[in-house]
Design a binder for this molecule. Structure first.
Ligand SMILES: *[C@@H]1O[C@H](CO)[C@@H](O)[C@H](O)[C@H]1NC(C)=O
Ligand SMILES: *[C@@H]1O[C@H](CO)[C@@H](O)[C@H](O)[C@H]1NC(C)=O
Ligand SMILES: *[C@@H]1O[C@H](CO)[C@@H](O)[C@H](O)[C@H]1NC(C)=O
Length: 318
């Protein structure tokens, strides 16, 4: 009994972050009081604004550098989505081409395969799953923009939870300086949080990593997701860095990074400005570290559902 309990209590979070959240602007009726409070906020957050903008500039530099870099060509099989029929005009549905290109990269016998999404194009995608296990190590190099279809009926088949899903892939790197746009406006308008007369139906997470191992996600922009922007579920050994995540402050449930049942994860140098949590961590996650994270105007970093099912969490911040 005691050992069962101990096992269940093996749930640890080490969260260290340079996060300060931009304060919400509550309108105060008394103008003098409002003015004083503004001054207090300015003083309190002045240092933080410098940190925030310095960090943002450094991330932008990295993203631009990555955009310019040519993909390495020697020991790698480079699979360009355009060679599989992708058009990249933002209107044509490129999902089939991406699925074919992924199959090619995933089954390649080269030690490294690169799935290349060229720059300066917009690829319109329906819900799509990139399934492992793959033969080679895979780098998904997103230089251009991925944009979600705005046709909500495409999610009618019962799985409304995902737009782009990586499932069961080992040794995966996703990077490239490109943009993943959830095109979420139509979902927000139809959210029961925004329009109270509507039923609550859920919405897709822009990019989900499920049961992935040895995973790196870096140098990308995520914007206007339908719901959460990036989610890690049941993953092990994950490094996330240099992500710029943005959505309007009033967009519903647009968490930046969601973490569930994930072990050994480090999140560094991210700027997250969304309508909901910057980072939400829920039960079953262990050894999750965060550093140099700028967040706001959302709800900051939340650690939810702790203590459910008799688990115990330890949270350390410094
Ligand atoms: C939206 O998707 C549904 C389901 O695939 C399809 O029947 C419908 O024609 C699409 N609507 C538009 C405007 O493309
Ligand atoms: C809320 O949804 C209802 C039902 O679809 C619609 O008639 C109404 O116009 C919506 N309200 C707003 C503010 O969008
Ligand atoms: C609690 O345990 C049940 C049964 O094992 C499971 O279905 C549920 O997801 C767990 N809840 C959490 C928050 O882990």
């Amino acid at each position: 009994m005691a050992s069962t309990y101990l096992l269940l209590s093996l749930l640890m979070f080490f969260i260290s972050f340079g996060c300060s959240c931009v304060p919400e602007q509550n309108p105060t009726p008394d103008p003098l009081k409002a003015h004083r409070s503004r001054i207090r906020e300015k003083t309190r957050f002045k240092g933080f604004y410098w940190l925030e903008h310095g960090l943002e500039r450094s991330i932008m530099r990295n993203i631009r550098k990555e955009e310019r870099e040519e993909p390495p060509l020697r020991t790698e099989r480079v699979v360009n989505v355009d060679s599989y029929g992708a058009i990249g005009d933002g209107i044509t549905d490129d999902t089939e081409a991406f699925a074919k290109a992924w199959n090619e990269a995933c089954s390649s016998s080269f030690p490294q395969a690169v799935l290349l999404v060229p720059e300066d194009r917009k690829y319109l995608l329906r819900p799509i799953a990139f399934n492992g296990a793959c033969v080679s190590h895979i780098t998904v190099l997103i230089k251009g923009t991925l944009i979600a279809s705005s046709n909500r009926s495409l999610w009618d088949d019962g799985n409304v939870r995902h737009w782009i899903l990586f499932d069961g892939v080992r040794n995966l790197v996703v990077k490239g300086g490109g943009t993943i746009s959830g095109n979420g406006q139509i979902w927000w308008r139809n959210s029961c949080k925004i329009n109270k007369t509507l039923p609550c139906t859920g919405a897709p997470t822009a990019m989900t990593f499920s049961s992935c191992r040895d995973l790196k996600v870096e140098n990308l922009r995520f914007k206007d997701s339908q719901k959460a922007h990036v989610s890690f579920e049941g993953c092990t050994n994950v490094a996330v860095s240099k992500l710029l995540i943005s959505a309007p402050g009033n967009s519903p449930n647009t968490d930046g990074i969601h973490v569930a049942e994930t072990k050994n994860m480090i999140i560094t140098e991210c700027v997250i400005r969304t309508g909901d949590d910057c980072i939400s961590i829920v039960s079953g996650s262990r050894n999750v570290k965060g550093m140099n994270i700028v967040c706001g105007p959302g709800h900051g970093i939340s650690i939810g559902s702790l203590g459910a099912n008799n688990t115990v969490a330890s949270v350390r911040t410094w």
